[in-house]
Write a protein that binds this ligand. Structure first.
Ligand code: MN
Ligand code: MN
Ligand code: MN
Length: 272
C-alpha cells in the first residue's frame, strides 16, 4: 500500500492535469491517492482512474485562525454534498474579490486592467497571485515571477492583499456535512512557535477536527517526530501527503515521503 492524501492538479495550482497526475501516480506505484485542489473539486468531474489506483475524494480548504491562513484538507467527502458545493462557490467568491482588489491596486501603478488578463490566464481555474505574476512578466513589468512577487505581490507590496477566508471551525463543519474527515494540513508550514501550534491544534480538535498531517512532503525527521507527538497527545488520527504541485525541487514527488510513525493511527482506518 502506497498512499498519498495531498496533491494538486491544474484544477488549482498544480502543473499536471487530473489524468496526468493519476498516470504519474500509477507509474510511481501508488495504490491510493487523493486530489486535494485548493477550494475546488473540479478535477473529479473529468478524471479517469487507472485500475491499480483507488481515488479518495478530497479538497484543500482555506480558512483563518487568529488572522493566519490555515489550510484544512477534507478527505473522503461526498462530492455531491450541497453544503460542500455551496462552500466551494463561496470560497471562489472570496478569491475573486481578492483578485479584484489586487487588480485595483496594480492599476494605481499604471498597469492597464490586469483582471481580465489574469482571468483569461486562469482559464476557469482558481485565480491567485501566480496568475498576476505571470501577467506582470508578460507585459514586461518584471523579468520573472520571482521579481513579480518581490516588487508587486509579496509581503508588504502594493498587491499584497489578504484573503478574507472564513474561520477554521466553519471549514471543518463543511467537511463533516459532506461526510468527510478534516485534516490539519502541513502544520509545520505556518511557522508557529511550539506553544502556538499546540493552541492551533487545541482549537482544531475542539472544532471537531479529525486528523493532522504528520508527514507532509520532504519535511525534516525532527518535524515528523514532533507532529507525531502532537497527534498522540491530542488523540487525533494522522494523514500523509506530498502536497505535490509539479515536478521540481520545491515539491516532493507523489508518494515520496517518510513512513508514518507506527504509533499514529492512520486517518484511513476511519474508512474501513
Ligand atoms: Mn498550492
Ligand atoms: Mn496548503
Ligand atoms: Mn496543498
Amino acid at each position: 500500500m502506497l498512499i498519498d492524501l495531498h496533491t494538486h492538479t491544474t484544477a488549482s495550482d498544480g502543473a499536471l492535469t487530473p489524468d496526468e497526475l493519476l498516470a504519474r501516480a500509477a507509474a510511481q506505484g501508488l495504490t491510493h491517492i487523493s486530489i486535494t485542489d485548493h477550494d475546488t473539486v473540479a478535477a473529479y468531474a473529468t478524471v479517469s482512474v487507472p485500475d491499480t489506483i483507488e481515488l479518495i475524494s478530497g479538497i484543500e480548504l482555506s480558512s483563518r485562525w487568529r488572522g493566519i491562513g490555515i489550510h484544512v484538507v477534507g478527505l473522503n467527502i461526498d462530492l455531491q454534498s450541497a453544503t460542500l458545493l455551496a462552500a466551494v462557490e463561496q470560497q471562489q467568491a472570496v478569491r475573486l474579490s481578492r483578485a479584484r482588489k489586487i487588480a485595483n491596486k496594480l492599476m494605481k501603478t499604471g498597469i492597464d486592467d490586469p483582471l481580465s488578463a489574469v482571468l483569461a490566464l486562469a482559464d476557469g481555474q482558481t485565480v491567485g497571485r501566480p496568475h498576476f505574476a505571470r501577467h506582470l512578466v508578460t507585459i514586461g513589468k518584471v523579468k520573472n515571477v520571482r521579481d513579480a512577487f518581490r516588487k508587486y505581490l509579496g509581503n508588504g507590496k502594493i498587491g499584497d492583499v489578504k484573503d478574507e477566508w472564513v474561520e477554521l471551525p466553519e471549514v471543518i463543519d463543511w467537511i463533516h456535512a459532506a461526510g468527510g474527515q478534516a485534516v490539519l494540513a502541513h502544520p509545520a508550514h505556518y511557522r508557529l512557535t511550539q506553544t502556538k501550534l499546540r493552541e492551533l491544534v487545541t482549537d482544531f480538535r475542539a472544532a471537531g477536527g479529525d486528523a493532522i498531517e504528520v508527514v507532509s512532503g520532504s519535511q525534516d525527521v525532527a518535524v515528523t517526530r514532533k507532529l507525531a507527538t502532537i497527534c498522540m497527545d491530542f488523540g487525533l488520527h494522522a494523514s500523509v501527503g506530498s502536497d505535490f504541485h509539479r515536478v521540481d525541487k520545491r515539491w516532493a514527488d507523489l508518494g515520496r515521503f517518510a513512513a508514518l510513525p507506527a504509533q499514529c493511527p492512520p486517518v484511513w482506518h476511519l474508512w474501513q
